[in-house]
Design a protein around this ligand. Structure first.
Ligand code: SAH
Length: 351
C-alpha cells in the first residue's frame, strides 16, 4: 500500500469529524481518485479484468464499427478519443484495425491516473504520438471525433437518496465506532425524488449520477459541434431509473464492502443508460442504439474473427473459444454489459 493510500481513511475521518458526514458521491470520488492514482488494478494479479484484457477481438470489433462509420462519412481527418483507457489495450487493438482501413487519427487519451498514463504510453506505438488530457473539454472540436469508453462511467461517483420514517434524505457516509457507515442526512430531500417514485418503504434507495450525466452531455455537445461517432460500453440497465443501490466494491476479483477500505478497492455503480442517452441527446447528439454486448459483438462479426484467429493459430483454438464465450455469453459479459452508439446528427444515423 502506498503512503498516500494509507492516509486516505485518516483524511476522510478528519474531514467527517470536522464537517459532518459526506455524500456517497464525495466518498466515491475521493476513494476512486486514490485507488486509480496508486495502482494498475487490471488483470489476473489485480482486482478485476475488463473486456479488452480478455481478448484482442473486443477492441477489433470496436475498430471495425468505427472504421465503417468513418468510411461512410467520407473518410475525413478525425480525432480518436478514449475516456479511461486503462492499460491502453483497447486503444491499441482498435487503432490497429482503423489503420488497416486507412484511418490514422490523432490520438487523445483522457486519463487522470499517472500510473495508467505510463501503461498507456508503453502499449501504444510511438507514432503518431498520443496526447493525454484530464477531461474531454481539452480535446479540440475542430475535427470529427471517434470516441470510445469501456468501464469508465461505472467508476464515476453516484449520489444516493434513502427513504426514512421521516421522508427522503440524502444517503451520506459517517463514522460509527471508528468505521465508515452509511447514514441518512438531516435535510428533507422529497422534492428531489420524481413523484412516481416518492412512495416507498423505509430503507428504499434511489441512485443518480450527476457525473455520468455531465460526461454524457459533454460527449453529446462535442459530437453535435464537431461530428463523429461514439461507443459507450459499460455494465448497467437500459430500462430507466429503478430503486436500489448498485454501489459495489471489487477487490482481487471478489465483492467487498464499499465502506471497509476506501482507496483500496474499485468502487463502481451500474450505469443508467436511459439517463446517459437523455444527456447526450439534450446536448444535440443522435442516439443510434443501446444493445447488450453479446448481441452487439455478434452483429459486428466476432464469430468470424474468432474463426479466422483460430485458423491462423490452431493451437490457441480453445483459448480463443473461451474468450469469445466470456465476451458474448449472457451469463458472462454478454447481457449485463451494454453498448450504446451515438453519432453527430440525423444524416449519420441513417447512413
Ligand atoms: N477502459 C479500461 C479501464 C477501465 S478502469 C479497460 O476497459 O480496461 C477505469 C479507467 O478510468 C481507468 O483508466 C481509470 O484511471 C480511469 N478513470 C477513473 N476515474 C476517472 C476520472 N474521474 N477521470 C479520468 N479517468 C478516470
Amino acid at each position: 500500500m502506498s503512503a498516500l493510500a494509507a492516509r486516505l481513511p485518516a483524511r476522510l475521518k478528519r474531514l467527517i469529524a470536522a464537517a459532518g458526514p459526506i455524500s456517497i458521491a464525495q466518498y466515491m470520488a475521493l476513494a476512486n481518485a486514490h485507488y486509480y492514482a496508486t495502482r494498475d488494478p487490471l488483470g489476473v494479479v489485480g482486482d478485476f479484468t475488463t473486456a479488452p484484457e480478455v481478448s484482442q477481438m473486443f477492441g477489433e470489433m470496436i475498430g471495425v464499427w468505427l472504421a465503417d462509420r468513418w468510411r461512410r462519412a467520407g473518410a475525413p481527418a478525425v480525432r480518436f478519443v478514449e475516456l479511461g483507457p486503462g492499460r491502453g489495450t483497447l486503444a491499441r487493438d482498435c487503432l490497429a484495425v482503423l489503420a488497416k482501413f486507412g484511418c490514422a487519427p490523432s490520438v487523445h487519451l483522457v486519463e487522470t491516473s499517472p500510473v495508467l498514463r505510463a501503461a498507456q504510453a508503453s502499449a501504444l506505438p510511438p507514432t503518431p504520438g498520443a496526447q493525454w488530457h484530464d477531461s474531454l473539454d481539452e480535446v479540440p472540436r475542430d475535427a470529427p471525433m471517434l470516441l470510445i469508453t469501456n468501464e469508465f462511467l461505472d467508476a464515476l461517483p453516484v449520489r444516493q437518496l434513502v427513504m426514512t420514517h421521516a421522508g427522503w434524505r440524502e444517503r451520506l457516509v459517517g463514522i460509527a465506532e471508528g468505521r465508515f457507515v452509511p447514514v441518512a442526512g438531516a435535510q428533507p430531500m422529497d422534492a428531489a425524488v420524481p413523484k412516481g417514485l416518492r412512495a416507498a418503504q423505509p430503507g428504499a434507495i434511489l441512485e443518480t449520477s450527476p457525473a455520468v450525466s455531465a460526461v454524457m452531455h459533454e460527449i453529446g455537445a462535442h459530437l453535435a459541434a464537431a461530428g463523429g461517432a461514439a461507443l459507450i460500453i459499460d455494465y448497467g440497465y437500459a430500462g430507466g431509473a429503478r430503486p436500489g443501490s448498485t454501489l459495489q466494491a471489487v477487490r482481487r476479483h471478489a465483492r467487498a464492502d464499499p465502506f471497509a477500505a476506501p482507496g483500496e478497492a474499485d468502487l463502481t455503480a451500474h450505469v443508467d443508460f436511459a439517463a446517459a442517452r437523455a444527456s447526450a441527446e439534450a446536448a444535440g447528439a443522435c442516439w443510434i442504439e443501446t444493445t447488450p454486448q453479446g448481441a452487439w459483438l455478434a452483429g459486428v462479426g466476432i464469430a468470424a474473427r474468432a474463426a479466422a484467429l483460430t485458423r491462423a493459430a490452431p493451437a490457441r483454438g480453445a483459448e480463443i473459444a473461451q474468450a469469445l464465450h466470456r465476451l458474448i455469453d449472457p451469463a458472462q459479459m454478454g447481457a449485463l454489459f451494454k453498448v450504446m452508439a451515438l453519432a453527430s446528427g440525423v444524416d449519420l444515423k441513417s447512413a
